[in-house]
Design a protein around this ligand. Structure first.
Ligand code: DOR
Ligand code: ZN
Length: 355
């Protein structure tokens, strides 16, 4: 097994950076390894307008560590009142790379999301015309549906009808967690892709719940059975261009996670690439990591790959410190329970990364 991999610098196609003091504290973890990231808009209040996205992008740029070229790619939060013209103008201006659909009540700060999917038909038609992708949190919110079934039921009840109604719409099933989700993407054409997180490649629901509840492994969609994790792993390793990395790194202060009603989210940004190197290398597929984390996502979004490189080297356990102190209290970095055997270093290119 090779002890070093030098690859195109990766991008993160699904990232929660938060705002204010939390943004300043967590952004360096993403900027360490990733050149670009698709920034989720579920702030309080959500990023529903071009003006809000512009201001949020500027706050992110201002919070970058000195010398960092990290590029945020912005999204708009879709509501039932989102106007097709606003979305089209934001894309034309080069401000947004996608629109994010949260079913109302599905996850953190999703209350302003969509209840009646008929009401978003006009904006989806317009997005199909202009080739602007829709990123979907794929879970139903029906309380009758078991939480472990919410993704599979979403595909059947919402996603498939929505795709049939708007055939040209480019769509990303975010943080896919099930065999059904992987199969649905495999059975579809190039206009449907899925992001996969590092933590869903590592965890099944036993890791979350057996022998004690582990709040730092709790996220949404929740980790599923082992057979689903295996399906995700097969998709990530396959090289299929429709599967790519979106970490869904989602920091919350420890007090909000270690609580009687804890928040969903794993803070993985800083450890994701070393952990992925470990996962891919255990499967004797290290050379496929570049497609999954640096090439497939850029191609889906119509962007050139980064010109900078990332070097991954086998070392003796080099995890980041487990605790990150922020003005909102300590945050726990994702730790799967084993030391990562890889370190990652960015090798700058002569040219700047293309945005
Ligand atoms: O675990 C999650 N955390 N899943 C989401 O969909 C949202 C995210 C967050 O914003 O905390
Ligand atoms: Zn997310």
């Amino acid at each position: 097994m090779s002890a070093t991999l030098t690859m195109t610098q990766p991008d993160d196609w699904h990232l929660h950076l938060r705002d204010g003091a939390m943004l300043a504290a967590v952004l360096p973890d993403s900027a360490r390894h990733f050149a670009r990231a698709l920034i989720m808009p579920n702030l309080m209040p959500p990023v529903t307008t071009a003006a809000a996205a512009r201001a949020y992008r500027d706050r992110i740029l201002a919070a970058r560590p000195a010398g960092s070229m990290f590029t945020p790619l912005m999204t708009l939060y879709l509501t039932e009142d989102t106007q097709p013209a606003e979305v089209a103008a934001a894309q034309a201006e080069g401000l947004i790379a996608a629109v994010k659909l949260y079913p109302a009540g599905a996850t953190t700060n999703s209350a302003s999301g969509v209840r009646d999917f008929q009401r978003i038909r006009p904006v989806l038609e317009r997005m199909a015309e202009i080739g602007l992708p829709l990123c979907v949190h794929g879970e139903v919110t029906d309380p009758e549906i078991d939480i472990f079934d919410r993704e599979a039921v979403f595909i059947e009840r919402v996603l498939d009808p929505l795709r049939r109604a708007t055939p040209g719409l480019r769509l990303v099933l975010e943080h896919v967690t099930t065999r059904e989700g992987v199969q649905y993407v495999r059975d579809s054409g190039a206009g449907l892709a899925a992001t996969i997180t590092a933590h869903h490649l590592l965890l099944n629901r036993n890791h979350l719940l057996a022998g004690g509840i582990r709040p730092h492994f709790y996220c949404l969609p929740v980790a599923k059975r082992e057979r689903h994790r295996k399906a995700l792993l097969a998709a990530a390793l396959s090289g299929d261009a429709r599967f790519f990395l979106g970490t869904d790194s989602a920091p919350h202060p420890n007090a909000a996670k270690q609580s009687a009603c804890g928040c969903a989210g794993c803070f993985t940004a800083g450890n994701a690439m070393p952990l992925l190197a470990e996962i891919f290398s255990r499967e004797h597929a290290l050379s496929r990591l570049e497609a999954f984390s640096a090439l497939n996502g850029a191609a889906f979004y119509g962007l050139a790959p980064n010109t900078s490189r990332l070097r991954l080297t086998r070392v003796d356990g080099e995890n980041l410190p487990p605790r990150l102190d922020t003005a909102e209290g300590p945050v726990t970095r994702f730790d799967p329970g084993f030391a990562s055997a890889w370190s990652a270093t960015v090798l700058p290119s002569a040219k700047e990364p293309r945005a």
